[in-house]
Each structure stands twice: as structure tokens, then as C-alpha cells.
Ligand binder design. Sequence first.
Ligand SMILES: *[C@@H]1O[C@H](CO)[C@@H](O)[C@H](O)[C@H]1NC(C)=O
Ligand SMILES: *[C@@H]1O[C@H](CO)[C@@H](O)[C@H](O)[C@H]1NC(C)=O
Ligand SMILES: *[C@@H]1O[C@H](CO)[C@@H](O)[C@H](O)[C@H]1NC(C)=O
Ligand SMILES: *[C@@H]1O[C@H](CO)[C@@H](O)[C@H](O)[C@H]1NC(C)=O
Ligand SMILES: *[C@@H]1O[C@H](CO)[C@@H](O)[C@H](O)[C@H]1NC(C)=O
Ligand SMILES: *[C@@H]1O[C@H](CO)[C@@H](O)[C@H](O)[C@H]1NC(C)=O
Length: 435
Amino acid sequence: MKTKYAIVFIFIVALVIIEKESNIISRVSDKLIQRQNPSQTPQTPLDYNNTNGALNILKLLLSKLTNGNFSNLPDDPRPEGWLRSSLSGGQKHVLLLATTRTGSSFVGEFFNQHGEGMFYLFEPLWHVERMLASAAEGNNGTVLGGIYRDVLRGLFACDFEPLERFISPSPQEHVTAALFRRESSLSLCEEPVCTAPVKDVFERYHCKTRRCGPLNLTLASESCRSKQHHTIKTVRVRQLDSLQPLVEDPHLDIRIIQLVRDPRAILASRMVAFSSKYQTWKTWALDGQVPEDDEEVKRLKGNCDHIRTSAEVGLSQPRWLRGRYMLVRYEDIAREPMDKAREMYQFTGIPFSDKARDWIAKNTLTTQGASGIYSTQKNSSEQAEKWRFNIPFTLARAVQRVCGPTMKLFGYKFVHDEKTLVNKSISLLEDKIFY
Ligand SMILES: *[C@@H]1O[C@H](CO)[C@@H](O)[C@H](O)[C@H]1NC(C)=O
Ligand SMILES: *[C@@H]1O[C@H](CO)[C@@H](O)[C@H](O)[C@H]1NC(C)=O
Ligand SMILES: *[C@@H]1O[C@H](CO)[C@@H](O)[C@H](O)[C@H]1NC(C)=O
Ligand SMILES: *[C@@H]1O[C@H](CO)[C@@H](O)[C@H](O)[C@H]1NC(C)=O
Ligand SMILES: *[C@@H]1O[C@H](CO)[C@@H](O)[C@H](O)[C@H]1NC(C)=O
Ligand SMILES: *[C@@H]1O[C@H](CO)[C@@H](O)[C@H](O)[C@H]1NC(C)=O
């Protein structure tokens, strides 16, 4: 069967190339080809019939799909019903959509810890970004967005093959030691996916809590199929509307949770977490000046705009997304983790398991120490407000200038002086309910 699809794939690609070679695609594929094979410059990617060539062809096809338009392609070459089995029995597919430093790993745990019936993946798109992001540079993300979507579609259907093409080094017989942050996914570190503790050459095991050998993706896929619910966390999808075909896929029952956070807090947190990358911001903090036409500032603006545009799409409840989109502020989770988790579960239609509840209780409630009872809410929201003391007012103001509309939409209050920024009795969060 596989060869048959491969042939169909190649055929489609040939058609696509002959019929309509868009600039973006040729640019992307040129770069890909240069990267894979710097010594040769083939006329067309079809000159390759080695593994790299196959990879390139697949990438090309994926790129083509990314235009968001399946209509000029023949129908999905996969057989009717290839995914059907995954829909029987109220299966849910949750996509946790965030950006870095919004607490998404933590919120991902709410689902990762659900228990038996959950298959959770942590940032699988990392591999795609690493392989393609620089090649796709210079276009507005449409191409990359479509590839992300198609890899997600595979993963939600427990098909790791689309992802495998982007794992480097390439998996051998569907076994890899290189899956990004495998240990962050309970399902990949439990029986039966966790196979005998075969040490690799570096005597590294591939899970924290258990001794597991390299990951057998065939086993992972089987385990995935045996689970009722699926959650994927990603900070890489930039445009919600790029996911429309995924949401509309009749074989999936997708729920999207978009997690947002005060952009000032995000910047403060990134400056700590990615210290060297944010050196310029530190310099500006000292200077007291933030040049608005700087690339860094433009990037921040771009990020804010993408987050806002996605949220606007979601909140406007287009038909394709109705009942399938939820916006959650990190700050609200910090205030009331259990209530928010319950709400999120309710939205997804997945039962809020005792296991998940216990995990959240354990990881958000402070233990009652000798000195008395501390309220959870106070404590975790205090954590969530620490940034106010870590970011110089100059930078907070710059973020407000650049991300103003985004902050307004989400209900983050502006501050106009340093005193207000660091005055904890003044909340910077408007009460806001998003539907
Ligand atoms: C493609 O592969 C076949 C055998 O697998 C080989 O004979 C042929 O020369 C290859 N073609 C090119 C263009 O490399
Ligand atoms: C997709 O193709 C259809 C028909 O060819 C066209 O009407 C539509 O505008 C296209 N959409 C995009 C996003 O390119
Ligand atoms: C991205 O670029 C494509 C083609 O270059 C264009 O059709 C599309 O409108 C752009 N999208 C955005 C959001 O700018
Ligand atoms: C991976 O698991 C599958 C399913 O159990 C098995 O058939 C296959 O031999 C395993 N692969 C390797 C390389 O061990
Ligand atoms: C938060 O919890 C820590 C212990 O985990 C405690 O030291 C601190 O005083 C608490 N803060 C508040 C405001 O309750
Ligand atoms: C903080 O804000 C509150 C409420 O506006 C105000 O009463 C208080 O004086 C402020 N504290 C400082 C140190 O400015």
C-alpha cells in the first residue's frame, strides 16, 4: 500500500510543479535543496530519487498543501475511512495553542496528567521548525503554517510518519532517540511505549522516571490509537485560521485552547529565560530608550499582532470554529488553577479526572506550613505577578506602545509610571470573560 501512496504523492508533486510553480515554493525548495545537497543544483527536485530526494518531494508537497488550498489538488490520496476508527467513542483532540513563556508547559500538564485515556505530545512541531523555519524565512508564515497543520493532522490521527520526515537524524525503522522532549509526554514514557532499558552509546536513557530505550514510533502510534483522547501542546502555530482544514476535518473532533499572557510579562520572562538573545533589550533598559524601528521591536509587534489576530478569529466565532475555541489567560489560571482547569476540561468534553485534579492540587496548592494557611490563589497569582519587579518601566512602556491593541483585547491594563508598575495593590488585570 505504501508504495502506492508514494507513487500518488510523486504524481501529485509532478503535476503541481508543472502546473503552477509558485515563487514561495520554489524559494523554499531551493533553500531546502541547497541545504541538503550543497554541492549540486538540480533542475527540479525530481532529479533526486534517493532518500533526500524523497524527503524534498514530501516537503514540496507539504508546502503546496500549505497554501491552504486543497481544492486544486486531487482528493486526499488516503483511503476512505483511514481515520474513521479514531472517531468512534467520543474521542477528543485538544490543541493547546500558546507562545513561549505563557505557562503552556504547566497548562499542558493539566492534560498530560489526565491518566490512562490520554495521549499527550509536547511540542512535536519543534522538529518541523528546526528543519524548515529558516528555509521558509521571508514569507509571512503561510507555508510553514500549512506544514504545521498537516503534521498535526497526522499526529492527531496517531500517524507519526509526517513528523518523522522532520526528525533529524532520521529515525531508523521508525525508531528514534532524538524526539524533542520525549520525557515531557507521559504516554511516551510509560508501558508499552517505554521499551526495555537498552542503553545507547552515550548510556543515556530517554525518560526521566523510567529507564527507556530509544523511542519506537510504531509502538507510540499503537499506544496513541489505544487512547481515547489526544492533546498536543504547541507554541509554534502562529495563525489560527491556518488550522481551519484541521478543525473541519470530519475525522477529528478538535478543540483549540489558546493560552495568552500579558505581553509585558512575556518579555520580562523571556529576558530571564533567553538571557543572551535579549541582550539588546537590556541595553535599551539601561539607555532608557527603545528604538521602535529596530528589528527586535518589530518582531515583538509581529508576535503580538499574530496572537491578537488569532484571538480575534477565535472570538468572532466563525462557523468552522464555533464551540471549538476557548481563550484562556495565564493570569486567570494562576488565580484559580482548579476552577480554570475544570472549565477547560468542560470545554473539551473530556472528563476532569481525579488524577488530573490531584496533580493540579499538588502543584498549585502550597503545603500548609508551620506558619499557617496560605491561599493557593494568592500564592500562584503572586508568582504570576513577579514580572512587575523584573522589568524596567521603560520596557513595559515600550511593550504597551507596540502591543497596545493586543493588551486591550485581553484586558491587560496600561501603567503610566514606575510606581504603579510595582504597586502590588493595583491589579493590572481587568476582569474579563471570553466567549
Ligand atoms: C534512481 O534510482 C535508480 C535505482 O534505484 C538508479 O538506477 C537511477 O540511476 C537513479 N536515478 C537518478 C537520477 O539518480
Ligand atoms: C482556493 O481555491 C479556490 C478555487 O480554486 C479559490 O476560490 C480560493 O480563493 C482559494 N483559496 C486560497 C486561500 O487560496
Ligand atoms: C501571505 O502571503 C501570501 C502570498 O505571498 C498572501 O497571499 C497572503 O495574503 C499573506 N498573508 C498575510 C496574513 O499577510
Ligand atoms: C517497534 O515496535 C513494533 C511494534 O511492536 C515492532 O514490530 C518493531 O519490531 C519495533 N521496532 C524495532 C526496531 O524494534
Ligand atoms: C507562598 O508560599 C510560600 C511557600 O511555598 C510561602 O513562603 C509564601 O509566604 C506564600 N506567600 C503567600 C502570599 O501566601
Ligand atoms: C499603591 O496603590 C494604592 C491604591 O491606589 C495606594 O493607596 C497606595 O498608596 C500605593 N502605594 C504606593 C507605595 O504607592
